[in-house]
Ligand binder design. Sequence first.
Ligand SMILES: *[C@@H]1O[C@H](CO)[C@@H](O)[C@H](O)[C@H]1NC(C)=O
Ligand SMILES: *[C@@H]1O[C@H](CO)[C@@H](O)[C@H](O)[C@H]1NC(C)=O
Ligand SMILES: *[C@@H]1O[C@H](CO)[C@@H](O)[C@H](O)[C@H]1NC(C)=O
Ligand SMILES: *[C@@H]1O[C@H](CO)[C@@H](O)[C@H](O)[C@H]1NC(C)=O
Length: 428
Amino acid sequence: MLSSILLSLLPLVSAIPWGPPGSSSQTPSFDNVTIFTPPADWPRRSTSYARVVLLNQNCETDNVLLTTFTLTPPSGRYYPVFASHDQGQTWAQISQIEFGPETGKDYSAGRLAQPTLLELPIDVGEYPAGTVLFSGMGQPTDQSSTDIYVYASRDKGYTWEFVSLVTSGGRANTTNGATPIWEPFLLMSPVSHDPPWVMNAYSDSRDPAHGQKLAHQSSPDLKSWSGVIDDAAEANYTLRPGMTTMAKMGNGKYIFTYELGLSTDGLPGVNPFATHYRISDDQETFDSAEEIRLKSSDGIISSSGPYVVWTPVGPSGKGTVVVSDSHFTMLFMNTEYGDPDAWFTVYGDHGVGYTRSLTVMPDESKVLLVNGGMYNSSSTIVTAGIIDIPGTYAPGFGPGPKDRDSVSSCGGKGFWNNWGAGVAAGGW
Ligand SMILES: *[C@@H]1O[C@H](CO)[C@@H](O)[C@H](O)[C@H]1NC(C)=O
Ligand SMILES: *[C@@H]1O[C@H](CO)[C@@H](O)[C@H](O)[C@H]1NC(C)=O
Ligand SMILES: *[C@@H]1O[C@H](CO)[C@@H](O)[C@H](O)[C@H]1NC(C)=O
Ligand SMILES: *[C@@H]1O[C@H](CO)[C@@H](O)[C@H](O)[C@H]1NC(C)=O
């Protein structure tokens, strides 16, 4: 009797994630898989700032992941592109992105940093759905500027072409009064624009009213970019918000996390870069949204270089917001759509790293964490591991019929993902 009850309950309590027929919905658990170790003879063996994209916008079911990160090779400058065909367990380099003569500047002994990747869910300008976009910040050899470019790959990361210069700032310098731009983050903008535009959100020190602010420019074709629209411009000139990431949640709202440089409201004894966030109906209007400090129920305040994703898996039926930062190994989670009083910390065993990236996997109970290494360490490696999200899949979320049927290149599969949620396997 008891065993038959248990048996009949089993399908309900076993956490088999939902996935569309034919897709590989099971993601294996693994930890500290090495993606890249700088060769022993490199004079500068530091890596940092890894970013990841899961390719699924052409109805791919093989779950290919791409990652790129910052490194300092002995000669030349590039962003390496590594691919994984087994959901992050093994990786191999497939290409590299260089800022070449097409830019009109020389980056051969400069600095290339702060990459971001996005796979287009729809045609944008001359770039078809499924094009992989890259953006990054380059400082030329003569150190005269900071420049954010976009490059594109029409073959899933094997070859890259120049697309456009988004904007330029003054020479790299983190002191208030200097005028660099950096830390781009690519995502789609479906609320302010129909059909959606591509947003490039970055840190901007050019506005004399703000030591640094967060802002973005959007584009209907990836060639022409809108004027600068503020995302987080603090009333206090001294404060330096930085490191934009944004994600869409299952209630249709967007969450935007960032560090607040020089803030005094962080955890005592921890660097002054407390994580703050905002919630909005539209990623293009965050500047008017309330700024909230990310403090968990155990009193821990997240600090520096945050990265946010949302997955529909979670015990409350509202999915889970997951935030990683650059100070703690643990993760900050919230199963109440970012309610300021509902953050909790979850043990993570992936090491500390400068702005570790998060990617919701096809099995949405798993989030891939890629740790690019700690900035300004003499020798680092790039590693990947899986974070398990507690709770079961919450049905009833996902994009509406318009998104599903007429906008996405793939019947809606993955559309949700590139609006920022990171969800690969759909929800319908
Ligand atoms: C950095 O910017 C500050 C503020 O404009 C300036 O005083 C300083 O000289 C700059 N540092 C360098 C190395 O250029
Ligand atoms: C502005 O921020 C700085 C750095 O946190 C702080 O020292 C200063 O008191 C703030 N000014 C005001 C008017 O709040
Ligand atoms: C992963 O690597 C980090 C950093 O080296 C280490 O602290 C952690 O213990 C490792 N985790 C496992 C499961 O080996
Ligand atoms: C860390 O940064 C400081 C200041 O830029 C620099 O002097 C030092 O060499 C760096 N350390 C490493 C290990 O790169």
